[in-house]
Design a protein around this ligand. Structure first.
Ligand code: HEM
Length: 170
């Protein structure tokens, strides 16, 4: 790898950590904000919390998610981290993405759809969110040696069989 690409890694990692901190903080904050969507609080306050949750989701949390994922993906290639704990982390990040989409769905239903909708209690979603965040941090900070990716043996060695069609000879 060229030197300048290598020297980029610490900066990209710092950027990744800032982006994921904003993303995760936003995912914890949004259920709390959604729980405040109570029309009985008066039209002024209701409009304010609606605007705040809308802009937090669209202008802060979603861009932070995109930046955390793109910078993390770039880091995989720069650090050449093709190891099992990394793939485990990616699978668990998918749960965060699912949570992110669920929050967006609730936001649209509660704050941007006509009719009366009760927001969910925030405690259970926040506790559920804590699980993937803690597991991701444990994986990435502990970098456990989980061995090789489990694939069947026949996928790892040539079988010497004839293909179903002719291929040009070299
Ligand atoms: C698709 C999303 C993500 C990808 C592809 C990704 C990928 C990466 C990669 C390749 C590194 C460098 C690891 C190293 O240099 O050893 C890294 C660092 C890190 N990531 Fe992520 N990451 C993602 C999301 C997250 C999330 C959601 C969290 C936290 C909840 C997180 C927490 C961290 C931390 C704390 C580090 C610094 C670890 C260290 O330097 O020891 N990442 N990430």
């Amino acid at each position: 790898m060229t030197d300048w690409l290598y020297s980029l890694i610490p900066h990209l990692k710092a950027f990744h950590i800032v982006a994921l901190a904003v993303w995760c903080a936003g995912l914890f904050a949004l259920p709390l904000m959604l729980a405040r969507h109570e029309p009985a609080s008066g039209p002024g306050d209701y409009a304010r919390i609606r605007r705040a949750s809308h802009y937090t989701y669209t202008l802060v949390v979603t861009p932070a998610a995109v930046l955390a994922i793109t910078s993390g993906t770039a880091l995989i290639f720069l650090r050449e981290l093709y190891v099992l704990w990394m793939f485990g982390k990616l699978a668990i990040v998918a749960l965060l993405v699912f949570f992110h989409a669920w929050v967006g769905h609730v936001l649209v239903t509660v704050a941007e759809t006509e009719g009366r909708h009760t927001p969910p209690e925030p405690t259970a979603p926040m506790l559920i969110l804590l699980v993937p965040v803690v597991v991701i941090l444990a994986l990435v900070l502990g970098k456990p040696d989980l061995g090789r990716i489990p694939v069947p043996e026949w996928l790892t060695e040539p079988q010497g069989r004839q293909l179903l069609f002719d291929v040009p000879r070299r």
